[in-house]
Design a protein around this ligand. Structure first.
Ligand SMILES: Nc1ncnc2c1ncn2[C@@H]1O[C@H](COP(=O)(O)OP(=O)(O)OP(=O)(O)O)[C@@H](O)[C@H]1O
Length: 241
């Protein structure tokens, strides 16, 4: 589904991603773990077309995502629809006056009929168990509620891949459990899931593969979960992140 070849990315003079090579197949559930500042959010922004590689090649569905691609509004819109990105901070993502309008915004922009938009929004409100929030102002919701609404606002666009940056931060145990179950369901329904998290307990319930970054912004391990579970020292290190 996507391929990164020797990617570097630098906000300033120093690399925030160093020589990243990675392939993700459709339907995979992959977690990215590593110390603070190791490059996970930077990688997600690059996959979503918000950061342009400083060096290396990024292919999404065999198409090179480079400066030329990102200058083309139709191509970037298509990329943003295929790859739904739930940001670390939900406040930057929620801007409509009601939760219903927030979930309706994406499919409306896609040009779907009013009926189709209504159906998608109702289905997603139900899936996320947030029907009762439909008329609330997103800005006034709790952190956990905002996270679910942000996820809803991308699910109504029916993306093929869902990227979540630290989705468990600030969530109660009950919301963490709900989110784990939702992500399992979405993956079983065929969605690719990429998530960055410091929460190994939750990660191991969702991801079947874990990519580990170091402080030098490089990938040090890229292993199936089953392999990590056979390495007690590595598992212990991941629990400490
Ligand atoms: N807008 C920016 N301008 C300059 N440097 C940045 C910017 N955003 C991130 N960085 C730097 O890039 C590096 C990677 O940051 P990034 O946010 O990708 O890490 P992360 O692995 O997601 O961290 P965390 O686990 O804390 O969320 C860090 O050194 C960070 O300071």
């Amino acid at each position: 589904m996507l391929q990164l070849n020797h990617i570097h990315y630098a906000y300033t003079q120093t690399d925030s991603l160093t020589d990243i090579s990675l392939t993700i197949q459709p339907g995979e559930a992959v977690a990215f773990m590593g110390p603070n500042g190791s490059g996970k959010s930077t990688l997600f922004k690059l996959i979503n077309g918000l950061n342009e590689p400083t060096a290396g090649q990024y292919y999404f569905k065999d198409q090179l995502v480079d400066h030329q691609f990102l200058k083309n509004a139709a191509q970037t819109t298509a990329l943003h629809r295929a790859v739904g990105f739930v940001f670390q901070n939900s406040d930057v993502q929620l801007f409509n006056e009601t939760v219903f309008a927030e979930l309706a915004f994406g499919p409306e922009q896609m040009g779907l009929s009013k009926e189709a938009v209504q159906t998608r929004v109702q289905d997603c409100l139900k899936l996320l168990q947030i029907e009762k929030l439909a008329d609330r102002v997103p800005y006034q919701l709790s952190g956990g509620e905002k996270k679910l609404v942000a996820l809803g606002s991308i699910l109504t666009m029916n993306p093929e891949m869902i990227i979540l940056d630290e989705p468990f931060n600030g969530l109660s145990a009950a919301y963490q459990t709900l989110l784990v179950q939702l992500l399992q369901q979405l993956n079983q329904a065929g969605k690719s899931i990429l998530l960055a998290s410091h929460n190994y307990e939750q990660v191991q319930q969702i991801a079947k593969r874990i990519v580990i970054f170091n402080e030098g912004h490089q990938i040090t391990n890229d292993l199936p979960l089953t392999e990590i579970q056979r390495q007690p020292a590595l598992m212990a290190a991941l629990r400490q992140l």
